[in-house]
Design a binder for this molecule. Sequence first.
Ligand code: FAD
Ligand code: UDP
Length: 366
Amino acid sequence: MKVQNLIVGAGLAGITLAERLANVKKQEVLLLDRRPHIGGNAYDYDDGGILVHQYGTHIFHTNDEKVWKYLTSFSRFYPYMHQVKAFVEGKLIPVPFNLNALYKCFPPLMAQNLESILLKSYPYGTKVSILEIRKNPQLEVLSTYIYEKIFLHYTLKQWQCSPDELDLSVFERVPVSISRDDGYFYDRFQGIPMEGYTKMCEKMLDNPLITLKLECDYRDIKDKIECERIFYSGAIDEFFDYELGELPYRSLKFDFIRFEKPYFQSCAVVNYPNHFDYTRIGEYKYFLDVQTPHTIVSFEYPKAWSRGQERYYPVPNVQSEAIYQAYVERAKELKNVHFIGRLGEYRYYDMDKVVKRALEVFENLP
Ligand code: FAD
Ligand code: UDP
């Protein structure tokens, strides 16, 4: 079989490239995915009027106007602003930890005192990593509290290692917020595709130049296909048959439960840093504010990854970066293979970064 462009993986990375190659360059594309659906980890499906995200809650957020304009040309977005609470010492407090959380966790006079030290150290409205606040001796009581009650045990569950063993960027995703803003993300553009991610992806692929093959693993067809170039959004170490070592990943297990009552919890996501084996519970009807007599939630259990299981997270640390860089060097020997996406680039990318990078790869094509 002969094809001009072969794209491995029908997640947002592969779909963005397929769309651009077909609609802009008018080229033929064969898009493969070993799963039975498109959308990758952003895949969602309708369950009685509620759009459920099969691989965990997905909220689109970006500061990148170009990415926002690109995706909103395929779907309108519902202006959902994400909020997360954490169950800490019997209370639900806002995450990221902020000045509202401070007053929920400490007695009023102590909270006032801590707030004034915080505001002398960091201007109102800034975001500061917990690892940075831990260096401030005046804030030792507060930083120890936040570190232990919010980060330490969640991180041990999620990554099976302590925070010091991970790249700082993991914790910068959820900085302490020196403000009263209870939002989870601070980006200019946020929302959920009105008809869901899967419908948005279908629209992106709506071009007869694109052939989609689901339940098809690249490893099973690679010797039977001739192509001018490959865009590969699977795991880079798997592509090279692990010849330079195995990259570490984390996996997840989701338990979906339907309750015959309108709501289960008071916001879309509640984190459980210190209790239970799961890290968080997501409740899907909040995203599009649907009114249904039932609700659907997912309990999210972190899991070790081994070959054959879904890779949900790369593990950012010094050791994994060294292995990844060795694969980057190895990849330079191949002239017609582009590694894209969260697994192809082994980066803890959110959806907007995946789309941004895919657009850049497209723009740099000869
Ligand atoms: P993927 O979506 O992983 O797609 C890769 C595809 O390649 C998969 O479908 C896979 O089956 C296929 N594939 C791999 N190998 C092969 C092969 N050999 N042959 C054929 N097919 C193959 N981002 C946000 O912006 N907001 C969020 O709220 C958010 N929440 C998240 C929650 C969780 C639990 C997780 C795990 C991620 C979350 N993300 C979120 C990140 C988001 O899922 C990713 O950024 C994005 O989906 C990655 O797209 P991708 O195309 O790179 O990879
Ligand atoms: N984190 C934490 N407690 C929380 C929220 C996040 O310790 O209540 C840490 C944890 O290590 C997590 C990381 O911050 O893996 C990134 O959190 P984020 O919510 O961005 O994770 P994702 O949504 O990507 O799973």
